[in-house]
Design a binder for this molecule. Structure first.
Ligand SMILES: *Cc1c(COP(=O)(O)O)cnc(C)c1O
Length: 373
């Protein structure tokens, strides 16, 4: 493969530092969440690094993601925190992947598959306490008790997910926690003891210790990004990924000349333009046209004209000496300047999660490990 002129650097030493820092926030077991290719960072290198840090169990959203991890690390425990299909039951049991169960039919199919394979289906029950996405609700307690009686089933865990744990006001989250505890207590009264309870995502790990229970689900903060603008800003985490490109062309355009599709940028004075070989097919969203910024020579420069599929133009009039081959930082640090996924997310009207997940597959991930350097 030829060297690309756009790439993302993933610093595994920073990942370790974030993991150890976040460990100081909780006594509970940490289950790193590595769905969506570890939030765009690359699931396999991330899992490998975190296993070496002591992580024993990983969470993903899809069966396919679980299978990819199991293929490389057969010994590691992998849980699918999202939905799986009834048709996936045999595969889940065969691979020993923990499914999330929130429908009785799903549990029956898992039980039947486990009986067929003479194995036990280890599963976690999802309860919906206010997220309104998936999960049994309070009225479904009889269904959970019915699942517990199915043959070859082991309910190892029960969990819920917060809708607002990233807000400063935790009153709704406290209500969800109370509902979760209420369901757990009723199950216990009926004789069902479930060893692992979990509820906390990154935001709740940081600011809601009462929700930690036996296990926490650590996602975005592991990658050094804050769950929201309201919390996590002072935790001392560092972004694991930076995104870079090399200038492909530099020129000066005259007053009145225009740049890119639709001629939405018109030069008001002689303007120095740098072309960067990154576009919306790489995940640089078109909404950043005439709006977003990148770093070059440690300074901020503005995107001018529309972001194209594979190329974007920057104004560099006030940044002297920009040449073809110079490094442009789309996300990350250059000198004293820093561009974070949260800042880019603000320009786009979204959250940092979408920025990092959106850096497309054609941007090669380059792994840096200062311990190996
Ligand atoms: C994605 C996800 C998490 C991780 O959330 P972060 O905010 O990234 O820490 C935890 N639990 C569930 C159910 C999820 O879907």
């Amino acid at each position: 493969m030829g060297r690309r002129s756009v790439w993302a650097e993933v610093n595994l030493q920073t990942l370790r530092e974030n993991y150890f820092k976040l460990q100081t926030y909780t006594q509970s077991e940490i289950m790193p969440i590595v769905k969506a290719d570890a939030y765009g960072h690359g699931a396999i290198p991330v899992v490998k690094t975190l296993i070496a840090c002591g992580a024993q169990r990983f969470g993903v959203a899809l069966l396919q993601e679980a299978l990819e991890i199991k293929e490389v690390f057969p010994e590691v425990t992998v849980m699918v925190i999202g939905a799986t299909e009834v048709e996936d039951s045999d595969r889940l049991i065969k691979e020993g992947i923990i499914p999330t169960v929130f429908r009785l039919t799903q549990a029956k199919a898992l039980s039947e598959a486990a009986v067929r394979q003479k194995r036990t289906a280890r599963l976690h029950i999802k309860v919906d306490t206010g997220m309104g996405r998936i999960g049994f609700r309070k009225a479904d307690i009889p269904a959970i008790l019915e699942i517990a009686k199915l043959p070859n089933i082991f309910i190892e865990g029960i969990f819920t997910h917060f809708a607002t744990s990233d807000q400063r006001d935790l009153s709704f989250a406290r209500g969800q926690l109370k509902c979760f505890q209420g369901i757990y207590d009723e199950l216990q009264k009926a004789g069902l003891i479930i060893p692992i309870r979990h509820a906390a995502n990154s935001a709740a790990i940081i600011q809601f210790p009462e929700s930690h229970f036996e296990l926490v689900r650590l996602g975005i903060s592991l990658y050094g990004l804050t769950p929201s603008s309201q919390i996590g800003g002072n935790v001392g985490l560092k972004p694991v990924m930076s995104w870079k490109a090399k200038v492909s062309h530099v020129k000066t355009i005259g007053t009145g000349e225009t740049v890119s599709y639709g001629r939405t940028f018109q030069a008001a004075y002689p303007t120095q333009v740098a072309t960067v070989p990154v576009g919306y097919a790489d995940g640089l969203r078109r909404v950043l046209s005439n709006h977003g910024e990148m770093l070059i020579h440690g300074r901020r420069s503005t995107i001018i004209g529309r972001v194209c599929m594979d190329q974007t133009m920057l104004e560099v009039t006030k940044i002297p000496g920009v040449n073809v081959g110079d490094i442009v930082t789309i996300l990350g640090k250059d000198g004293d300047e820093l561009l974070t996924a949260s800042e880019m997310a603000d320009w786009m009207g979204t959250i940092s999660y979408e920025v990092v997940c959106g850096i497309s597959k054609r941007v090669p991930r380059v792994y840096i490990d200062s311990n190996e350097a």
